[in-house]
Design a protein. Structure first.
Ligand code: NI
Length: 162
């Protein structure tokens, strides 16, 4: 188990567009394992390559239903919208309200390079969109409706679905 350092806001790495992952080998699997360990240790629900300083299109997500590792992911369909709170391990202590699709389908590759398709709804869809944005240097603060106050972060805000 190797915990990697999480890159924080202000580091230019978070603003770069990542390159495709072309090698599906032990080096990738070690990265995926480290990213998952780092995410779980930080009690996050997702982590993208640039957040550990790796400018490749690699993501790990676990919203409580098991780990998914979409490599070179692309959103192929979006449905509906949801408005809710979002945070990021690269921006500790902050949260914002962000509008995201309610349901997304992603085409990607698995850790062996095999094509996969992942469909996410609700919070899982939100996490997918958030992590994929990281691969293009986009952070949730770029698209949030507003930032939450510390009091709101402690409490609960109403989440809208439509
Ligand atoms: Ni993030």
């Amino acid at each position: 188990m190797a915990i990697r350092n999480i890159v924080k806001l202000g580091d230019n790495t978070l603003r770069k567009v990542c390159k495709p992952q072309e090698q599906f080998n032990l080096r990738l699997w070690t990265l995926l394992k480290d990213m998952a360990d780092t995410m779980y240790k930080a009690e996050g629900v997702g982590l993208a390559g640039p957040q550990v300083g790796i400018l490749r299109r690699v993501v790990v997500i676990d919203v409580g239903d098991g780990l998914v590792e979409p490599i070179n992911p692309e959103i192929v369909s979006r449905e509906g919208s949801q408005c809710g709170r979002e945070g990021c391990l690269s921006l500790p202590g902050r949260q914002g309200v962000v509008t995201r699709p309610k349901k997304v389908t992603v085409k990607a590759q698995d850790r062996h390079g095999k094509p996969i398709e992942v469909t996410g709804e609700g919070f899982f869809a939100r996490a997918i969109c958030h992590e994929l944005d990281h691969l293009d240097g986009v952070l949730y603060i770029d698209k949030m409706d507003r930032e939450l106050t510390p009091e709101e972060i402690e409490g609960h805000i109403k989440e809208d679905d439509d």
